[in-house]
Write a protein that binds this ligand. Structure first.
Ligand SMILES: Cc1cc2nc3c(=O)[nH]c(=O)nc-3n(C[C@H](O)[C@H](O)[C@H](O)COP(=O)(O)OP(=O)(O)OC[C@H]3O[C@@H](n4cnc5c(N)ncnc54)[C@H](O)[C@@H]3O)c2cc1C
Length: 278
């Protein structure tokens, strides 16, 4: 239908980004192609060492899913998105396709081995999430292509992740957020993935901060070095949520907390987290 209706037609999933944009007249599609009536597009399955999400899976379904909860960082993310109404409608596929610089899913899923399955009249292709978001509100999707499935490799044993976002209140996007996934070998960090949200036009992969942890004990020295690297990596825009300097400091502080929780989870501890409200 998108091919037939042309460039001005748009897909509608949960409508929690598109409808507000239409109300503000920032988006004015000629047609809406509603995905909600296609059966079999919302599911969470564990298969072949991966968790697979149908693109139309709602944030609330991920929040309540026993399968997703076994990868705690996924639960952290889903449970903190906006409020109940938005979580009941908004979809994981819509969030990645929207590529909002403040969206939660992209930052979290970039700490995981995540692939995006895409469908168009030319067939199916699978893209790594790394590189899928090319700019603010921009992805590699062609106009007539949709996200059909999100595939997240189950993290290896001895690993733990955490996602923390700082918000002024529930139904707003975060001021800054930090996603951390650690693989531990005894007391040492074997591998680390750190991605920051809301502090750049796309989620920021803090490569130097990851390097500061990799091969080290998770002690004050390593964490301080990671925080310093985060301050250098982010490029926040000043806006109503705070100054650039404030957001830079916030990102570093969130990373410190997320590292501590991820390390505890990697040791097998059950740690409940929720987003932090101002
Ligand atoms: C008040 C408010 C607060 C919010 N706060 C947060 C927050 O804190 N964190 C957060 O992450 N999000 C937040 N959101 C956004 C919410 O998570 C949305 O659900 C999400 O961004 C988009 O998902 P959707 O299913 O609603 O997509 P839609 O609004 O239906 O679509 C968004 C865009 O993606 C395209 N699209 C949708 N599905 C697909 C698909 N399968 N394939 C290809 N293209 C597709 C659409 O054409 C459209 O361009 C908030 C929204 C509101 C209204």
């Amino acid at each position: 239908m998108l091919s037939q209706l042309g460039d001005e037609a748009k897909l509608l999933a949960g409508g929690q980004s598109l409808i507000p944009l239409m109300k503000l007249r920032f988006a004015n599609p000629s047609h809406l192609v509603d995905l909600n009536f296609i059966p079999g597009t919302a599911y969470i399955k564990e298969e072949g060492g991966s968790v697979r999400f149908g693109a139309l899976t709602r944030h609330a379904e991920v929040e309540r899913s026993g399968i997703a909860s076994r990868v705690p960082i996924l639960h952290d993310c889903a449970a903190g998105i906006a409020d109940t109404q938005i979580r009941n409608r908004g979809t994981i596929g819509g969030s990645l396709a929207e590529a909002d610089p403040s969206g939660d899913w992209a930052a979290v899923l970039l700490t995981q081995k995540t692939e995006i399955r895409c469908l168009s009249p030319r067939g199916e292709r699978t893209l790594p999430l790394t590189g899928f978001i090319s700019d603010a509100y921009t992805t590699l999707l062609d106009h007539d292509e949709l996200v059909s499935e999100i595939v997240v490799k189950t993290p290896e044993k001895n690993s733990g992740g955490a996602y923390l976002a700082f918000k002024r209140s529930a139904p707003v996007y975060p001021t800054a957020s930090a996603a951390v996934q650690l693989v531990m070998e005894g007391e040492f960090c074997k591998d680390a993935a750190i991605v920051l949200g809301c502090v750049g036009l796309v989620p920021v992969k803090a490569t130097a901060a990851e390097g500061a942890l990799r091969g080290s004990k998770i002690d004050d020295k390593a964490v301080t070095a990671a925080m310093e690297a985060v301050r250098a990596a982010v490029d926040p825009q000043p806006d109503m949520r705070g100054s650039a300097e404030y957001k830079r400091e916030l990102a570093a502080a969130l990373v410190k907390r997320a590292i501590a929780i991820a390390a505890r989870r990697a040791r097998g501890e059950q740690v409940e987290v929720s987003h932090i409200y101002a």
